[in-house]
Design a protein around this ligand. Structure first.
Ligand code: A3P
Length: 284
């Protein structure tokens, strides 16, 4: 358990979050024009970190090409947040993996907007498995079957996928929250970006919009040193074991799940989502 700390019941990786950074996190004062991308890990966080800065500054790709993703759209609960915070100018964009109930107090009184992205949990589990392999600060995840069972049981960092998703359903935020899925982004990222622009009351010229769409293509992000995590030393993320931007597709779970595991996943996830309005819009 040396790799972890437990924050208000949530299992977190120790090297990325410290007692001090979490204390700072709780004291963050949100501004009404802040935008927070909330995800369970491996659901499209980095993708949105590529898109948002350009939407917030008229389509200029400079920040995305010159500032590492974790500084241009920082993680609210991450260790470096106190130093990064003063480098940001309004409108600020953040990412977070926190469940709704663990958001800092000022979030609940501000008008900060939330973009909540979900992804097929089977693909999340696969992506998370490879991330655990490359993350040198985490114990070996074992084989995929073992990891998937731990994922279902919530014995992974950031806890149970269903708890996260449920916490952000109907949180009473009205039009402060936009729900999108990774699969929608795969199918039509242009359409999703237009939708995000509408949500943020922003406009972009058609040329600028096409520029953002091009910049956030998987193949281009893989080449962008500011986004592909190649700046992180191998004693944190070991690219010889896997890539952070690994496959970038929907449905890779089919290459990893046995029929038995698939049936178990459907049963557990459907049971845990019973009584919520959350429905898969993608092939299970
Ligand atoms: P895979 O491991 O399935 O490839 P997060 O940023 O939330 O940690 O999510 C990482 C996942 O999003 C990885 O999934 C990564 O490849 C995928 N991803 C990031 N940018 C993408 C893009 N432009 N297009 C498609 N997938 C992308």
């Amino acid at each position: 358990m040396d790799s972890y700390l437990v924050y208000r019941g949530l299992l977190l990786p120790k090297i990325i979050h410290t007692e001090d950074s979490l204390k700072y996190y709780e004291s963050i004062e949100f501004q009404d024009d802040d935008v927070i991308v909330i995800t369970y890990p491996k659901s499209g966080t980095t993708w949105m970190q590529e898109i948002l800065p350009s939407l917030l500054n008229g389509g200029d790709p400079t920040p995305v090409l010159t500032i590492p993703s974790w500084i241009r759209v920082p993680w609210l609960e991450q260790v470096c947040i106190p130093e990064v915070m003063h480098t940001l100018s309004a409108p600020r964009a953040f990412v977070s993996h926190m469940p709704f109930n663990l958001m800092p107090p000022s979030f609940f009184t501000s008008k900060a907007k939330v973009i909540y992205i979900t992804r097929n949990p089977k693909d999340v589990a696969v992506s998370y498995f490879y991330f655990n392999q490359m993350a040198s600060f985490l114990p070996d995840p074992g084989n995929f079957e073992e990891y998937a069972n731990n994922f279902l049981a919530g014995k992974v960092i950031y806890g149970k996928w269903t708890d996260h998703v449920k916490s952000w359903r109907n949180p009473g935020l009205g039009d402060r929250i936009l729900y999108i899925t990774y699969e929608e982004m795969i199918q039509d990222v242009y359409g999703v970006i237009k939708c995000v622009l509408g949500f943020l009351d922003r406009q972009l010229s058609e040329d600028a919009l096409k520029g953002v769409v091009e910049q956030c293509q998987f193949k281009n992000m893989k080449q962008n040193k500011m986004s592909n995590y190649s700046l992180v030393p191998p004693d944190y993320l070991d690219a010889r074991k896997s890539s952070f931007l690994r496959k970038g597709i929907a449905g890779d779970w089919k290459n990893h799940f046995s029929p038995e595991l698939d049936a178990k996943f459907n049963e557990v996830i459907n049971e845990e989502l019973k009584g919520t309005d959350y429905r898969f819009l993608w092939e299970q």
